[in-house]
Design a protein around this ligand. Structure first.
Ligand code: NAD
Length: 257
C-alpha cells in the first residue's frame, strides 16, 4: 500500500487507460477522484465499486476537459491532489486539408490544454504538501508521427513539452512530472476502430489487429491498461523520486524502430 494517504485525480477515468490507471493507484492504496463529463448513475456506481474493492475513498466528479474552467474546478473540488494523472483524450483521423476545425480545437483542448489547466491548480497543492506526482498520458504519437493524425500528434508532442516544463519548474521540490507513452492499448477508443478497419482491408478481426493495427508495434501485442497503471504506480513510488521530465514508452518496441 505504497500510496496510502495520497489522493490521486485521474481525468477521463470512467473507461480505458484512465480506469486502468485509477484501479492500479487504488490497489496501491491511493484515494481517488475519477472523472468524465457524462455524470451518469453508472459513473457514480463505478466510483463506489472501486472503493469497495480496494478499501479506499473514491469520488466521481463530472467535468468537461474541453473547458478550461471545468478543468480548474475539478482540481479545486477534489480539494487535495497529490497525484495528478492527465489522461482524458480523443482522436480524429483525416488529412490536414480536410481536417474539421472543430475536431482540431477539441483535440487540442482535451488532449493538451486540459493538462495545463489542471496542473496550474494542482501544483500549489503539491508544493504545500512538499510532495507531488504529475503523470501525463501521452502516446507513441508524442514521440513519432503518423499521417492523418495532425491534431493528435500535435497535442501529444505538446504534452511531452509541458511535462518537461512542469518538471523543471518543480525540480528539487519533491514533485516530479513525467509522460507515459503507450503504443496501442486495447481500450474502447481502439476497439471502436476495428470494424471499420476490417471493412476497409477486407480482413478478419485477428488479421486486422496483427497486420494493420499492430503493424508498427514490433511485439505485435497490445499493451494492457494494467501495464499502463503499473507504470503510473512506479512513477509515484520512491524509486522514481529522481525520474522527472522524461517519457516512458510502453509500446512493444514501436519507438525503437
Ligand atoms: P477511451 O475512449 O477508452 O477513454 C477516454 C476517456 O476520456 C474516457 O474516460 C472519456 O470519458 C474521457 N473523456 C473524453 N472526452 C472527455 C472530456 N471532454 N471531458 C472529460 N473526459 C473526457 O480512450 P483510451 O484509449 O483509454 O485513451 C485514454 C488516453 O490514453 C488518451 O489520452 C489517449 O490519447 C491515450 N492513449 C491511448 C492509446 C490506446 O491505444 N488506447 C495509446 C496511446 C495513448
Amino acid at each position: 500500500m505504497i500510496l496510502k494517504g495520497k489522493t490521486a485525480v485521474v481525468t477521463g477515468s470512467n473507461s480505458g487507460i484512465g480506469l486502468g490507471v485509477a484501479e492500479e493507484l487504488a490497489r496501491a492504496g491511493a484515494d481517488l477522484v475519477i472523472n468524465s463529463f457524462t455524470d451518469r448513475a453508472e459513473d457514480h456506481a463505478l466510483a463506489a465499486d472501486i472503493a469497495a474493492r480496494h478499501g479506499v475513498t473514491v469520488r466521481y466528479i463530472a467535468a468537461d476537459m474541453s473547458k478550461g474552467d471545468d478543468c480548474r474546478r475539478l482540481i479545486e473540488q477534489a480539494g487535495a491532489c497529490d497525484i495528478l494523472v492527465n489522461n482524458a483524450g480523443i482522436q480524429h483521423v483525416a488529412p490536414i486539408e480536410g481536417f474539421p476545425v472543430a475536431k482540431w480545437d477539441a483535440i487540442i483542448a482535451i488532449n493538451l490544454s486540459s493538462a495545463f489547466h489542471t496542473t496550474a491548480v494542482a501544483l500549489p497543492m503539491m508544493r504545500a504538501a512538499g510532495w507531488g506526482r504529475v503523470v501525463n498520458i501521452a502516446s507513441a504519437h508524442g514521440l513519432t508521427a503518423s499521417p492523418f493524425k495532425s491534431a493528435y500528434v500535435a497535442a501529444k508532442h505538446g504534452i511531452v513539452g509541458v511535462t518537461k516544463v512542469t518538471a523543471l519548474e518543480c525540480a528539487g521540490q519533491g514533485i516530479t512530472a513525467n509522460a507515459i507513452c503507450p503504443g496501442y492499448v486495447l481500450t474502447p477508443l481502439v476497439e471502436a476502430q476495428i470494424p471499420d478497419q476490417m471493412k476497409t482491408h477486407g480482413m478478419d478481426r485477428e488479421t486486422v489487429i496483427r497486420e494493420v493495427m499492430l503493424e508498427r508495434q514490433p511485439s505485435r501485442q497490445f499493451a494492457t491498461v494494467e501495464q499502463i497503471g503499473g507504470t503510473a504506480v512506479y512513477l509515484c513510488s520512491d524509486a522514481a523520486a529522481q525520474v522527472t521530465g522524461t517519457t516512458i514508452s510502453v509500446d512493444g518496441g514501436w519507438t525503437a524502430l
